[in-house]
Every structure is written in structure tokens, then in C-alpha cells.
Design a protein around this ligand. Sequence first.
Ligand code: URA
Length: 268
Amino acid sequence: MNDQATYRGITLDGDSALALLDWQLEMGCDVPMLDAPVDRFDLPTRVAPEAPVPQAPPPPADDDLAGRVALAQALADGAGTLAALAEAQQGFDGIELKKGARNFCFADGNPKARVLILGEAPGDEEDRQGRPFVGRAGQMLDRMFAAIGLSRDGVDAERAFYVTNVLTWRPPGNRDPEPDEIAVSLPFLRRHVDLVAPDLIVLMGNIACQAAIEKRGILRLRGQWVQAFGRPALPMTHPSYLLRNPAAKREAWADLLSLQARLESLSV
Ligand code: URA
């Protein structure tokens, strides 16, 4: 033991340090105490017993899906504002994806907007920035909605949109969300939609349709108005699909015009 250590300007090697400890033991210093002496005559004569610290209930086990969903529901029900909901959802540990993601990705855009766009899950760029739809698909989304006069930066609620995803944490390798990941996210999503209270919802792609209306088959569903979360909703093909299949933009344009017409009809 010949390593040296310096403490408060004094350098000791290992053997000297051990010898000093032995000497202290010899002198009766056999219990480690505080750095500074305590004046015990100055202490209150009776110390009140410490109040028990309330313990949070243990989180449900990974295989207890019903327990995880119930906890998500209780947290979502307790959130009275979007900020409280975001905090509750970010703090929720019942979703394994949280451990592998870089950032929590809640929403973007104007929460007073009449249109809420629901996507699938954050991708790589969204995970980096903690904002939905900011990668290539997001730029496509912005161009699509700009064509009918809506933007996420719109201050005027009439000309703005709000955007969120079914999942708030990125699935590894951009794989599809698992059913249990959707199940534990749904209580938060329902509350999210209720708090934003949009006039219309756009269901972007299969995963949004699966979560909101329990149906897949976006090429069949697109363009047909349905009810989701108690509001009119329009399934549309996802911007990533349009990037891969530019010929489908024609139908997407028809869907955007349908959305615009519905917004106008609700305004009168
Ligand atoms: N695709 C989505 O569905 N959501 C995003 O946020 C990004 C890409």
C-alpha cells in the first residue's frame, strides 16, 4: 500500500495512513463521527420523533399491464392542465421505452388550434429535439398543412394546428409500437385530447387509427370521416408514406380539402 493521497494539503502514503488509523484506534477513536465537533450541551433536551416519510406505492411490475394502465389512468385523470399532464406522463415509469429514449416528446403547435394532428411516435430527430414531427416527415407535414393555411407556429388559433403522437417515447429502430405500449399511453392521450378540445382530429396513418378507432388499413380508411375521442376525425396517409409514394399526394390533397371544408362548415 504505497499509493499517495493528498487531503487538505497533507500528502500521505498508504502505510502512514494505516499507522495513523491504528494510532487513533489506540486512543479510543473507534467510531467515525462528524467533521466538526457537536456541542451536546447545546442540543434540545428532547428530540421530537421524526414524522414518517410518506412512501409512494411501488410501481406495478412489467408483467402487470392492467396495473400499469390503471396507474396511467389515475395520473391522467389527476392532470388539470396540459403542463400537469406532460409532467405526469413524463414521470410515469410504466413504459419500458422511457429507458431507451433520449427525450420526452409531448406535443408541438398551438394548443388553442381547432385541428389536432395525431401521429405515431417520435423518430430519431424528434427524440433528439423532444418535439413531434421535426424530421423529414415533419417538414412534409408542415408543407401539407401550409397548403390549406394552417401552421404549427400560428398564433391565431384559426390558422394553427397542434400536433402530438400516440407514443411520447421513441421505439428503438423506429419499430411499430407494441399493443401494451399503446395501452399504457392511451389514458394520457385521451386526457390530452380532452384538454386541447380540438374541433377536428387528423389521424395520421395506421398507428393513430389503431389507437384512436381500433382499426388498421389506412389506404381503405383515409378520407372517410369517423368519430375519435368523441370528435370528428379524418384518417389520412402518413407523411412518411407520401415521401415514399409521391403518387399518393393526390389523395392526400383531396383529404386536406375535405378537412378545410369541414372546418369552414363548423365556423358558420
Ligand atoms: N412520425 C410520426 O408519426 N411522428 C413523429 O413525431 C415523427 C414521425
